[in-house]
Design a protein around this ligand. Structure first.
Ligand code: KG4
Ligand code: ZN
Length: 335
């Protein structure tokens, strides 16, 4: 079964075709990073226009790259939230029109569920497992019970992990997005150079605001020519230690047999290395290009949701009201 995936939840326009949920035939992504750089973060109105400008051409290119026509596609999967509503609507509107025109099933996908599914791409991973989802908007520990049922049992109390990377990146004078640029800078730094406070949140929840404030105070107390690479490395060391400790202890408490890490921050090589070194159960991570937002993960999620009833009116409700609680029942998400 071939599914066309459409992802426009933030600043990446991505179109993919995935076969049977795992085999990526093609994944094309146009990033808007250059457009948002001067604002130091995503500017929603620019994101919307940029998606509108490229989406139709990118769908045509993806079909022509894969030598397939829309007639040969079995269903269309599209991200319906969470994300920037005006960006999401560009993808949703396009998907709805295509589904209608070519008489294809339209499957709405929760973006976070999509991130979990990114780990199925080109892999043999099967649930159940414990998943750490660390992205720009979320930091969650999720008990993935089977392919469509999951329970969120840990979350961030303040900033999301990727958001903390982005804010500290900005403080260090790095271009947007802070996460990957901070990782590059940290390569030349000493992770032991600065002692930063360890987040003291019991249970499975996360908090990054105390660390953020500590870094800010530290920078204010340092001479102007302080070693930025050392601070980047020390910050990265602190955050990755917290993430690794939490997910390993959650896996132990839940008696999990596998750990999965997904979301943009899962591209961080220090995090990946530490988890592999410290976990005594198998660790699965998406390929690097599927960590950050992409449509292949949405098409994979669509494949898993293909037998769950959704109707277009319900999807329309989400498009108009992204806070609708019906999202939870539709995707069997409990939190
Ligand atoms: O999953 P994603 O692409 O978008 C959301 O759903 O939010 O995640 C983007 C986040 C950004 O905050 C970005 O800075 C962070 O993931 N990120 C990283 C790395 N690559 C992306 N953070 C740390 N190290 C990286 N290599
Ligand atoms: Zn994402």
């Amino acid at each position: 079964m071939k599914i066309l995936g459409i992802e426009t939840s933030c600043d990446e326009t991505s179109i993919a075709i995935v076969e049977d949920g795992r085999n990526v035939l093609i994944n094309n992504t146009i990033s808007q990073i250059e457009l948002h750089k001067e604002f130091g973060g995503v500017k929603p109105s620019i994101a919307k226009f940029a998606h509108e400008e490229v989406i139709d051409g990118l769908i045509d290119k993806t079909l022509s790259d894969s030598k397939l026509t829309l007639e040969q596609i079995d269903a269309i999967a599209v991200t319906i939230g969470p994300g920037l509503i005006i960006s999401l609507l560009v993808g949703f509107k396009t998907a709805k029109e295509l589904a209608k025109k070519f008489n294809k099933r339209l499957i709405g996908v929760n973006h976070l569920f999509g991130h979990i599914c990114s780990t199925y791409l080109h892999s043999e991973l099967e649930p159940p497992f414990i998943c750490l989802l660390a992205s720009g908007g979320h930091t969650q520990i999720i008990d993935v019970k089977n392919y469509t049922e999951y329970e969120v049992f840990g979350t961030t109390l303040d900033d999301a992990c990727g958001e903390a990377f982005d804010k500290i990146g900005r403080l260090l004078g790095l271009p947007y997005p802070g996460g990957p640029n901070l990782e590059i800078l940290a390569k030349d730094g000493n992770p032991e150079a600065f002692k930063l406070p360890e987040a003291k949140v019991r249970s499975y929840d996360f908090s990054f605001s105390g660390l953020k404030t500590a870094v800010l105070r530290l920078v204010q107390s340092l001479p102007q020519d302080y070693n930025k690479a050392d601070l980047a490395a020390s910050f990265q060391e602190n955050v990755t230690n917290t993430l690794v400790k939490k997910i390993i202890s959650a896996a132990k408490d839940k008696n999990a047999k596998k750990i999965v890490v997904a979301g943009g921050v899962s591209a961080n090589k220090t995090l990946r290395r530490k988890l592999e070194e410290m976990s005594n159960i198998p660790v699965f991570m998406p390929g690097l290009k599927y960590c950050t937002d992409n449509a292949a993960m949405i098409a994979s999620a669509g494949y898993l949701l293909k037998d769950i009833h959704q109707d277009i009116e319900t999807l329309d409700v989400f498009a108009k009201d992204p806070s609708s609680t019906k999202l939870k029942t539709l995707f069997k998400v409990s939190s």
